[in-house]
Design a protein around this ligand. Structure first.
Ligand SMILES: Nc1nc2c(ncn2[C@@H]2O[C@H](COP(=O)(O)OP(=O)(O)OP(=O)(O)O)[C@@H](O)[C@H]2O)c(=O)[nH]1
Ligand SMILES: [Mg+2]
Length: 362
């Protein structure tokens, strides 16, 4: 799996509808609040045009895409930390994800009651985020209390953790999420182990009606999301859910009709890769072509380790061809003849779209 994404938002904001549109599953989504109680988990193959072009060129027996996991949980309401609605314990199901999609209700329909009567995206975001902050604070306080008890026995125990938790606590108490770039690399590694939702990259999903499409973008919401230094994706949740199971041809004609240029899975994946700083590389081993996801600025030897630990341990060199060159020349041999194959060492920084052939010896 390349990365995982937790879906949060108010009840009836359309989280499960969007989860279905993203995963082509059919979990219940009904017009009453708290329809979702237990989390829904779905794994999706990442649509990848480049991989499709490569496999058309090479015609391998097997093509393996990278995958993304989506987790749809219950809705949060004001006072969830005091047990309102379904409380906040269910957030434990998304504490290990890599990124968070916050679904904002922008669609208007009388058939689906809004938990706070009228549509007000900014208010809704603030309600949900306040509950997330309080839930993280509870975790930070519990962990601090435990470490402080331990510190009484052994002075050195957990000094660094206590310092970091205290810093985080003070930021959360001011009502802010945690910006990970304030921590150096070593501290960030420790902070990640706390599994706090407020430390994860977050993007916003405006769930809109098809009528709203013509009036996009929603300027004050764009402004709001920009002020949070984040990204906004528009999804017609209900419409897409209806389109997902149509044949590709039928789907394209409906998309043209509504003026939708790409399905939400594509926009969500683009934003996710961007905010997580991820890139894709490829391998062709025997009859299998495969896509891999790694963080930007990964060295070749670390990328090799992603494929197999032996490849990292016994790394000798990598032969690298850019995927576009491979398609242009039609084969590894032809790419080599045109000088498009490079030999790179351990410290080479892998680029998006590289095809790697790792030479190793163990
Ligand atoms: N008109 C319209 N209705 C929508 C849209 N998205 C979701 N709905 C409807 O809103 C209702 C609630 O959707 P869900 O996906 O169950 O919402 P949820 O956020 O998962 O709700 P909980 O599980 O209760 O937290 C359902 O009846 C959906 O059909 C939309 O874009 N337009
Ligand atoms: Mg739901």
């Amino acid at each position: 799996m390349s990365w995982s994404c937790g879906i949060i938002g108010l009840p009836n904001s359309g989280k499960s509808t969007i989860f279905n549109a993203l995963t082509a599953l059919t979990v219940p989504c009904q017009s009453y609040p708290f329809c979702t109680i237990e989390p829904n988990v779905g794994i999706v193959a990442v649509p990848d045009d480049r991989l499709a072009r490569l496999s058309e060129t090479l015609k391998p027996e097997k093509v393996t895409s990278t995958t993304i996991e989506f987790i749809d949980v219950a809705g949060l309401i004001k006072g969830a930390h005091k047990g309102e609605g379904l409380g906040n314990r269910f957030l434990s199901h998304i504490r290990n994800v890599d990124a968070i999609a916050h679904v904002i209700r922008c669609f208007e329909t009388e058939n689906v009651p809004h938990v706070y009567a009228e549509i007000d995206p900014k208010r809704d975001v603030e309600i949900v985020e306040t509950e997330i902050i309080i839930s993280d604070l509870e975790i930070v306080e519990e962990r601090l209390a435990k470490l402080e008890r331990l510190a009484k026995v052994s002075k050195e125990k957990g000094v660094k953790e206590i310092e970091l938790l205290a810093r985080i606590k003070s930021t959360l108490e001011q009502g802010s999420f945690i910006a990970m770039d304030y921590f150096d690399h070593t501290d960030a590694e420790i902070v990640r182990t706390f599994n706090l939702i407020t430390t994860k990259p977050i993007f916003y999903v405006a769930n809109i009606d098809e009528e709203t499409l013509e009036k996009l973008p929603i300027s004050d919401l764009e402004e709001f999301v920009r002020s949070k230094n984040s990204r906004l994706v528009y999804i017609c949740g209900k419409l897409e859910h209806d389109l997902i199971n149509l044949s590709p041809h039928e789907r394209t004609s409906y998309m043209d009709l509504y003026g939708i240029t790409e399905m939400s899975i594509e926009s969500v994946i683009k934003v996710g890769y961007e905010i997580l700083g991820l890139i894709t590389f490829y391998t062709i081993v025997g009859k299998e072509m495969r896509a891999w996801t790694i963080p930007r600025n990964t060295t070749c030897v670390k990328a090799a380790g992603k494929i197999h630990t032996d490849m990292e341990r016994g790394f000798i060199r990598a032969e690298v061809i850019n995927a576009d060159d491979f398609v242009r020349y039609g084969s590894e041999q032809a790419a080599r003849e045109h000088g498009a194959l490079r030999v790179e060492g351990k410290e080479y920084i892998v680029k998006d779209g590289d095809i790697l052939h790792i030479r190793f010896n163990v």
